[in-house]
Design a protein around this ligand. Structure first.
Ligand code: PLP
Length: 395
């Protein structure tokens, strides 16, 4: 059995997306900026895709700017708000400690440029408290940026409440919704969202394409200078096939959202029940306020990387959700942000389920994790110390 359980990293492209893209790669190859028929045909397709994407999140087409993905959208949103704030003498930005690095590293750069950055604590349940956002707002606050759903532990933030607070204080509100778009119902107007980032490859679209929603009236700063594409806010010939693929993927995801979420939620909860039977383990993040397909656990006395390699041998493709996998020895900043200590955070496992996950697959994952954890603990010196009482169990 081979089970892909790393859908938060990327997803398989849907047939709908592929079918929509092929004609754009071959026949409709005009440049949307060209005035003759072939160009205008591409332009029409491009604008139809923009309108379809806007409709899914309750936005207007002109409020959608295409980017190369979620990272670029995050960078552009934050840079834009920072620049607008600076002009008005506002140089304070509020965010959280468990954002994606596309947000955190942009903020770190702004800090060096003289901005004052407040990173709010995330509680043990993986949720940000709206009242703490409100308490952090100052006269000079230019931006609040809080992610919609966390990419490691899947917790869904109280975005509408935070949006309402920001609207009341006239502070721009951005949300990195890369893990939420296509998976959760979103209405940017009802939720008072001024800016939102999304990425196609997280909802069965192609890689290298995403979008930034920016409410009418928000001034965007260019990251890329050049031509007048995207109303002059993002230069470069539009990637029409990818954009059309993204629109098709999003439409399909929106149509199937409820059905997919029901399937995933059932298997997610089955996984949580099964993995909770492993002694000295703990679910990371709130059990209910989390993405339908996200499961994230810590197991004491083991090391996440070994767990992943042995699971891969058994055909289960998962992630530790931490920087370990990218060659760093630091544990996940997300797990540290919710209060896990270093040793415990090292033994983490993220399983992010596909749309058609079955009970049989879920049971196979549970058994595999149980076996591998027991095996690894069998020769772990850390585990030996815990069992012999030399060290104390935390979980
Ligand atoms: C994947 C991801 C990103 C980055 O998106 P790319 O399209 O890969 O650049 C940003 N934020 C979150 C929450 C993500 O999960």
């Amino acid at each position: 059995m081979r089970i892909y359980a790393d859908n938060a990293a990327t997803t398989r492209m849907s047939q709908a997306a592929l079918d929509a893209m092929v004609p754009c790669l071959q026949e409709v190859y005009g440049n949307p900026s060209s005035l003759y028929g072939r160009g205008q045909e591409a332009k029409e397709i491009l604008e139809k895709a923009r309108a379809e994407i806007a409709a899914v999140i309750g936005a207007e087409p002109r409020e959608i700017t295409f980017t190369s993905g979620g990272s670029e959208a995050d960078n552009q949103a934050i840079r834009s708000a920072a620049e607008a704030g600076k002009k008005a003498g506002k140089t304070h930005i509020i965010s959280t400690a468990f954002e994606h690095h596309a947000v955190l590293h942009t903020l770190e750069k702004l800090r060096k440029e003289g901005f004052d950055i407040t990173l709010l604590d995330v509680h043990e349940d993986g949720l940000v408290r709206p009242e703490e956002v409100e308490a952090a707002i100052r006269e000079d606050t230019a931006l609040v940026t809080v992610m919609y759903a966390n990419n490691e532990i899947g917790t869904i933030q109280p975005v509408a409440e935070i949006g309402e607070i920001c609207a009341r204080h006239a502070v721009t509100f951005h949300t990195d919704a890369v893990q939420a778009v296509g998976h959760l119902p979103i209405d940017v107007k009802k939720e008072h969202i001024d800016m939102l980032s999304a990425s196609a490859h997280k909802f069965h679209g192609p890689r290298g394409i995403g979008f930034l929603y920016a409410r009418k009236g928000i001034r965007l700063t260019n990251l890329i200078e050049g031509g007048a594409q995207e109303r002059g806010k993002r230069a470069g010939t539009e990637n029409v096939p990818a954009i059309v693929g993204m629109a098709a993927a999003l439409r399909a995801s929106a149509e199937q959202m409820d059905a997919v979420a029901a399937v995933q939620r059932e298997q997610r909860d089955r996984l949580i029940r099964g993995l909770s039977e492993i002694p000295h383990s703990a679910l990371n993040g709130d059990a209910e306020r989390r993405l339908p397909g996200n499961v994230n656990f810590c197991f004491e006395g083991i090391e996440g990387e070994s767990l992943l390699l042995l699971l891969d041998d058994r055909g289960v493709e998962a992630s530790s959700g931490s920087a370990c996998t990218s060659g760093s020895l630091d544990p996940s900043h997300v797990l540290l942000a919710i209060g896990r200590v270093h040793d415990v955070a090292h033994g983490s496992l993220r399983l992010t389920l596909g749309d058609d996950i079955t009970e049989e697959e879920t049971d196979y994952i549970i058994q595999s994790v149980k076996d591998v954890v027991e095996y690894l603990r069998g020769f772990s010196p850390v585990w030996r110390d815990l069992v012999s009482g030399k060290a104390e169990f935390i979980l």
